[in-house]
Structures are given as structure tokens and as C-alpha cells.
Design a binder for this molecule. Sequence first.
Ligand code: DP6
Length: 322
Amino acid sequence: MSTATAIAHPNIALVKYWGKRDSDINLPATGSLSMTLDIFPTTTTVTVDDAAVADVLVYGGEERVDGPAERVTRFLDLVRELAGSDRRARVETVNTVPSAAGLASSASGFAALAVAASAAYGLELDTPALSRLARRGSGSASRSVIPGFAIWHAGDDDASSFAEHIDAPDLAMVVAMVEKGQKAVSSREAMRRTILTSPFYPAWVSSTAESLESAAEACRAGDVERLGRITEVNALRMHALIQSCDPPIRYLNPTSTEIFDRVVALRDAGVGAWATADAGPNVVVLTRPDDVPAVTAALAGVAELAVAAPGPAASLVTRTQG
Ligand code: DP6
């Protein structure tokens, strides 16, 4: 038996990934830019077992045989193909991210699984290869392999679509947890519906590619204001796009909108703060570390808050070869 344990953190995109060019291998329509957080880690242990006849997923302390288990088995099939193995594995994962509430649990989950499974199956993958592997599990997981700020290059094939680190100014995020329940429509399904039904999708693809270029320039120049503006505009464009589907999907609720409004008021009062939200009602506020107290004060009582700094790369904690 070989065992490996890995830890990974979620990431929040400043320029979003929304739409696939190739859904079989999770090739995105555009590149994206994110910050890996230093909170809400996922810890995953993979044990490759000669005697096992099927993969087993233990999640939240329980054995799962539903959708997530199938997704994990499909992912392990990719790892087995790379390793030339047909051995089955037991995967135990402990997630501290409120799952499926638009707080990127699939990103930390598949980043941790990519690192743990590749180690347990005896593969030695470099960072781009790990990012590509994590991408196959969930697109945004490609970025959780990377510490701090990451650019996921859209690429034009499997080999060229991976994330890498980009230097950025000193920033923090305030996560406002509006709702912790399961979201109504998965981002995977919502992306599919967007491409099939939204008349705005082509404009989203072209404008996001431009936003990514500007955001990367802002990172390099240390221009927090510009990066913040791009972040909020890109998030609201994505939500407008999602709302333009048929049937429409709306992830933001009145509390989310209230938080966006309070962030505008903060800016009017001279505090550098910019809001973003993934496929759920939770809102994340990008700000300078010195302005975190002003942001938390402005959002107090509206939602449960957590403060994040740029976090570490996904990493291996232990490995035992049997
Ligand atoms: C709104 O990475 O969860 O968080 O590739 O289908 O697993 P799949 O989608 P996923 O989508 C993330 C969407 C987003 C934006 C982002 O993180 O860039």
C-alpha cells in the first residue's frame, strides 16, 4: 500500500473563468487570474490498495457513492493512466470550505487530490504538470496548485493550459459568507447553459481576454486601484452573463447586493475595496491589508466574515511508499 496526504487551499478569481472551449479536458475559453487563500484548507489522503476492487471516497466522514465519487474515480483514472497502474484507491478528504456555496471547494479539493494521488501512484510531476492534472478535475483547481496570485493560461491544448505564479501587490480578501448551503445550479451546468443560450457569451469571452491582460499589467505595476476596478467589473459582467441564460440563473441574492453596495460606499469614503463573487451568493472583498479593519467594520452584521491573505501552494504533507 502507498499513501500520500496533501493540503490545498481555495482560490478566488479576480478575472473569472466562465466557459469551456473543450469540456472533456477543461480547456477554458479565456485565461483567468486568482489569489490562493491561506484559509479553508482541504486535506486529502490517497491510499493505493492492491487488494481493493473499487475506489472508495470518504468525504465528511462518510463513504460516498454518488456524483462526487464518480468524479473522483474519473480523476483517478487519469492518474492511473499516467502511472501505468490499474490499482484502486481509497480517498479520504476533509474540507473546511463550506462546500458548493461558491467558495471554490472543488478548486482546493482537486488541487489536493492531484498532489496526493500523483504521489501515491509514484508519479513525479512538476508544478505545470500538477496544475494541468488538477485542471482536469475542476478548471479552477489548476490555480490552487500555485501560491499567492496565479494566472491560468487558457492555452490551446492540454499541454499549454496550466497556471503559474504572478507577482502582485500586497493584498488581502475579506470573505463574506452569505449562505453556506448547496447552490441550486452547479457552475459546470451553468457554464454549459451560458454557452448554449446567452447572446452575450462572445462579448464576455473577448472582454475577459482584455481584462486579463490589463489585470496582469496592473499586477506587474503594483497598481492596486486598477486591479481592484478590473476585479469588480469582471465579476459583475460574469453575473450579468449568467443572468442572461435561458432559463436564467441568479447566484447573487439581496444580501450579496447589499454587500456590493456597502463596498461602493466604502470607496466613496476613500477606502480601496472591490467586491467579487463566484457561482454563489458569497461575496469576497479585495483590499489592502491595512484596510481590512475598515472593510470588516463596514460589513459587520451582514454576513459571517473571514479574512484571508495570499496562501501557499498545494503541497504534500506525507508520503509512504509500500
Ligand atoms: C465562478 O472550476 O468549479 O468560480 O471546471 O466545471 O469544475 P469546472 O468549474 P469550476 O468553475 C469556477 C467558476 C468560478 C470562476 C473562477 O473560479 O474563475
